[in-house]
Design a protein around this ligand. Structure first.
Ligand code: NDP
Length: 372
């Protein structure tokens, strides 16, 4: 009831205060997903309950999570195959999500009950219904950012934003090429390109429902969508129909990365930010020696740490929020699954062939559950 009422009346301070007082009974029952050893998520993740007391330190805040996505990096973290390892078991899970402030300590000045916030520190453990955090571990976001956009804006759209800004100077009319174009990052790349008038060439894996996917990505703003097989033989660049891309974004590696390198302009960059195929990248020496292609890696976690107080970080978050508010950046295609049914969401998100189709988002209120 609390969640539905706050969604319906999220901008009404009076209703917020009533709900706030109603919940200030002193305790919150937190449902949380944890794991106690590395392994297959379906074997090692379990749902626990914990009582959170409302006896806050002056700088603390209690938040109620609204929605938390499941990312490939979360799966890798649970498997023990990620760059960040667990400090101590049992460990919380989840690195992104949207939360609503429900209670604040006496010295918390910038947040009040009803505000929407995102936890903004590594492995914040967002797969839980409630959390008691320091004010400094949270970023307040605009109240008019739609819920699922807010829950998914801090990782993938920020990655897309940086990939398109930090490696090549792209002007309107320039072309980029990306694989895993239907991933959450890929969908954000498409939408940011559209806004910046950059042409996007989008590579996806072949599938039974390809026309439906092409139509969806085109509606998002994709200029060209090709399968990996079509890219191998396409003449669109050689014929001059489309300019050679000036930036390639690689989330797959293996043969897919090799194909991207075959289709970019000399002297430009391939940026690797993911390795969904779990294959290495093979580079023909001529690409480096004669064609002057530069290979880069990108990790948002590193970028955030190095830019914690930087203007560039706030500017990025402002721009992404504005895009979400004006409908130019929509959440990736997703299914919202109640935390109690987490196994269903984990099964899809940890498919061994990566065939998930939609971002799985854990929600904590039945009113937000959706069907595929
Ligand atoms: P999603 O879960 O939204 O999508 C996964 C994508 O990977 C789909 O396009 C899927 O294609 C594709 N895929 C899965 N397995 C394979 C495979 N074996 N070969 C080719 N394609 C495959 O992913 P996200 O957008 O959340 O993340 C995408 C990648 O970006 C991940 O590797 C993630 O770790 C990385 N990432 C990196 C960041 C960084 O800072 N470096 C930040 C954010 C994400 P299909 O539909 O055909 O199955």
């Amino acid at each position: 009831m609390y969640g539905i009422a706050t969604r319906l009346f999220r901008n009404t301070n009076h209703v917020r205060q009533i709900l706030h007082n109603f919940q200030r009974s002193g305790h919150y029952l937190c449902k949380k997903l944890t794991f106690s050893k590395y392994g297959n998520p379906l074997d090692v993740v379990s749902l626990e309950e914990e009582e959170i007391k409302d006896d806050l330190q002056s700088n603390e805040v209690i938040v109620k999570m609204v929605a938390s996505p499941i990312h490939p990096s979360d799966i890798n973290y649970i498997e023990g195959k990620y760059a960040i390892t667990v400090d101590s078991f049992p460990s919380l899970i989840g690195n992104e999500g949207l939360a609503e402030v429900v209670s604040t300590g006496s010295h918390v000045k910038n947040m009040q009950p009803g505000d929407y916030v995102i936890p903004f520190y590594n492995q914040s453990g967002t797969w839980r219904s409630h959390a008691r955090l320091k004010e400094t571990q949270l970023i307040k976001i605009r109240q008019d950012v739609p819920l699922m956009e807010g829950a998914t804006m801090a990782v993938n759209p920020c990655t897309a934003y940086r990939l398109l800004l930090d490696f090549e100077n792209l002007d309107p009319g320039d072309v980029i090429i990306q694989n895993a174009a239907n991933s959450a990052v890929g969908q954000a790349v498409i939408q940011i390109c559209k806004r910046r008038k950059i042409t996007s060439v989008n590579i996806v894996r072949d599938r039974a429902n390809l026309p439906e996917l092409v139509e969806y990505l085109t509606r998002l703003g994709a200029d060209i969508v090709l399968t990996e097989q079509q890219l191998r033989t396409t003449k669109i660049f050689k014929s001059g129909q489309v300019q050679w891309p000036r930036l390639a974004l690689n989330a797959v590696c293996g043969a897919s990365a090799t194909e991207l390198m075959r289709h970019i302009e000399d002297g430009t960059s391939l940026v690797t930010y993911g390795a969904m195929s779990r294959q290495p990248i093979t580079v023909a020496p001529g690409k480096l020696i004669f064609r002057g292609i530069t290979l880069h890696g990108f990790w948002l976690t590193d970028w955030n740490q190095m830019n914690i107080e930087a203007h560039a970080r706030w500017e990025m978050l402002d721009q992404i929020q504005s895009m979400c508010v004006n409908g130019r950046l929509v959440a990736p295609r997703h299914t919202c699954v109640l935390i109690d049914n987490y196994r269903e969401a984990l099964r899809k998100a940890s498919d061994p062939d990566g065939k998930c189709d939609r971002k799985q988002i854990l929600v904590f209120d039945t009113s937000l559950v959706t069907k595929d």
